[in-house]
Design a binder for this molecule. Sequence first.
Ligand code: SAH
Length: 293
Amino acid sequence: MNWLEVSVAVQNEVAEAVAEVFSRYAQRGVVIEAGPDGWDAGPVFVRAYLPADDQLGDYKRGIERALGHLNQILPVPVPTFRSVAEEDWAEAWKAQLTVLHIGRRIVVQPSWLDYTPDPDDVVIQLDPGMAFGTGLHPTTQLCLAAVEDLVQPGQRVLDMGTGSGILAIAAAKLGAADVIAVDDDPVAVQAARANVAANGVSSVVHVVHGSLADVSAGYDVIAINILARVITHMLQAGLAARIDASGGWLIAAGIIDEQEPEVIAAMERQRLAVAERRQKDDWICLIAQPQAS
Ligand code: SAH
């Protein structure tokens, strides 16, 4: 099948709103990439792929209309469209990935590249498919390092919005006894299941197609790397109550710096105390704990 790539270069603060518009039409996820000057300066690129089927015209018009509305509030340039053959898309995307060292011991190895590990390495072999979570994005890197710092052998971990499964696999390889990896996107669920199996952690990581309502409580560590809006909503809907009250941790990321106060306020309403704040480029990761009552 052929695909139509839609992309637009926007300022960082507009990127999420544009990504949300694209995600209504894109079947294979939306990516936000740093521009040539990095995440801090200049525009970032929001890209998505639309299936070139008989609804393509409707998708294009829908995107143009929604971006037009957005442009009345925030400046959004006209998007560009480009036809891409399936094979070219897969190859272009693969060429971007390299072996990455993150945190102290974590190594993300794209499954088609060779890597000889050091004895201490925690290697995650990844073929993200079309799901988010290649390890390239600063927000994923912040979460991986936090997972490495917090997850102890034998613990129960929840990875809410697992994407490629990257954080869940890291938790399992760090010794977690039971990891639930949840995503509401079937493409992510498929990619996560394949990656979990390829990493030999299927007996520890259970990938669930669903969302907050599908998970129980009592987790030692919960990682959520989605958007500030989704985190805030889930905090209200009972995410906080699913953290083990005696010493459990929440790792919340996917937050652009200006949205941080909103997320902190939502945490405080749920009696979570922020213990640590980490930042990479414009992205914030908050580490919080239930307050002792
Ligand atoms: N955990 C990975 C992927 C993060 S991308 C990483 O850290 O890199 C966020 C993921 O959350 C996406 O795969 C998306 O499908 C999923 N997601 C978004 N909203 C969700 C919701 N309401 N319930 C469950 N999953 C959701």
